[in-house]
Ligand binder design. Structure first.
Ligand code: PMP
Length: 355
């Protein structure tokens, strides 16, 4: 049976990425070797790295003065690397949920942290307003899409300081004005590649100013100087990332992806809003187009498991909400086809009619 993969990450990959990766596992770039066994110093892999960085820059229209890095350690290591390299005295953080919390915890090891805005008062069901951002911050850290709570900031806000953003779960879902950011990072395992690689877009002239010694591997300058090849990079996920970037280009680029993503989200949110059984958990103006969170209305409580089982008979997987929130979460990343969303909305209607 065809599966409809709504997992939050690792998550659905495009068939294009999977097929091209399989081809390279069998024979990489005509070398007669698998991409699994190739040297990262080979000219063929260097070409993959160069093309992935160039295409990343092209698709996001990244201005001069920025480098794209492919590192290990996940977005979680960036929670520490960002303040290690960029926090001089005081940084501002937006508290928009679980991942922001983890970033805040690390930053506090390196200097003063001011929580500039928070939606904790309402269990993170909206994206906090960024009206009162102080001017004396080294940077303002935002998490543009909150994968667990399903809230998203779908624009690059105007604030009086430079920004750093965790875009793990919404990179390549809209054009980004990179010039407003000193650094953007994310785990690749949603809109880019299989787990194992982390992307970083960094403005190189902000590096080298932190008032502390930085271990070599945790210093962005190391990786900028060595073109993400200081040590062995995650070869296979980078190869797959390049395939995804090529697929994005073929589809028509980031603006086109945004249109497709917005349409998918509209179909699902409409179904939720029209439903007698289901209700969205997020305030409409903050709704994520990547992670759609919803629950059953109180009068249907107790039917959650039945719905998950029913959905599974239609091939729907990965819609159980995060363990800290409950309910349901459907992740609509770029590789998820509109048809899968329609299968889900149809299943919701059928289930509702039965009860
Ligand atoms: N930030 C966000 C917004 C995430 O969704 C996640 C993972 N789901 C992380 C950070 C952590 O990423 P990693 O597992 O790559 O460390």
């Amino acid at each position: 049976m065809k599966k409809h993969n709504f997992y939050a990450g690792p998550s659905i990959m495009s068939q294009y990425t999977i097929d091209h990766t399989i081809d390279a596992i069998r024979d990489f770039a005509g070398t007669g070797l698998s991409v699994l066994e190739i040297s990262h110093r080979s000219k063929e892999f260097q070409a993959v790295m160069d093309e992935a960085q160039a295409l990343f820059k092209e698709l996001l229209d990244i201005p001069e003065g920025y480098e794209v890095l492919f590192l290990g350690g996940g977005a979680s290591l960036q929670f520490c690397m960002v303040p290690y390299n960029l926090l001089k005295t005081k940084a501002g953080y937006v508290d928009s949920g679980t991942w922001a919390h983890k970033a805040i915890k690390e930053a506090k090891l390196f200097g003063d942290v001011e929580i500039v805005a928070s939606s904790e008062d309402d269990k993170y069901v909206y994206y906090p307003k960024l009206d009162n951002v102080p001017t004396d911050l080294d940077y303002l850290h935002i998490t543009t899409n909150n994968t667990i709570y399903g809230t998203e900031l779908r624009e690059d806000p105007d604030v009086p300081v430079r920004m750093v953003a965790d875009m793990s779960s919404d990179i390549f879902s809209r054009p980004v004005d990179v010039s407003k950011y000193d650094l953007i990072y994310g785990g690749a395992q949603k809109n880019l590649a299989p787990a194992g690689v982390t992307f970083v877009i960094v403005k190189t002239d902000v590096l080298g100013q932190a008032p502390r010694a930085i271990p070599t591997m945790l210093n962005y300058e190391t990786h900028v100087k060595k073109g993400s090849m200081f040590n062995t990079p995650p070869v296979l996920p980078i190869y797959s990332a390049l395939q995804t970037l090529k697929w994005y280009k073929e589809l028509g680029g980031v603006k086109k992806l945004q249109e497709i993503d917005e349409e998918k989200a509209r179909v699902l949110y409409d179904a939720i809003d029209e439903s007698k059984m289901f209700v969205g958990t997020v305030k409409p103006e903050s709704r994520s187009i990547m992670n759609v969170c919803f629950v059953m209305k109180p009068e249907y409580a107790g039917l959650e498991k039945d719905f998950l089982d029913f959905a599974a008979t239609k091939g729907i997987v990965g819609i159980k909400g995060h363990r800290s929130v409950g309910g349901f979460r459907a992740s609509l990343y770029n590789a998820l086809p509109l048809d899968s969303v329609k299968v889900l909305t149809q299943a919701m209607k059928e289930f509702e009619n039965k009860h």
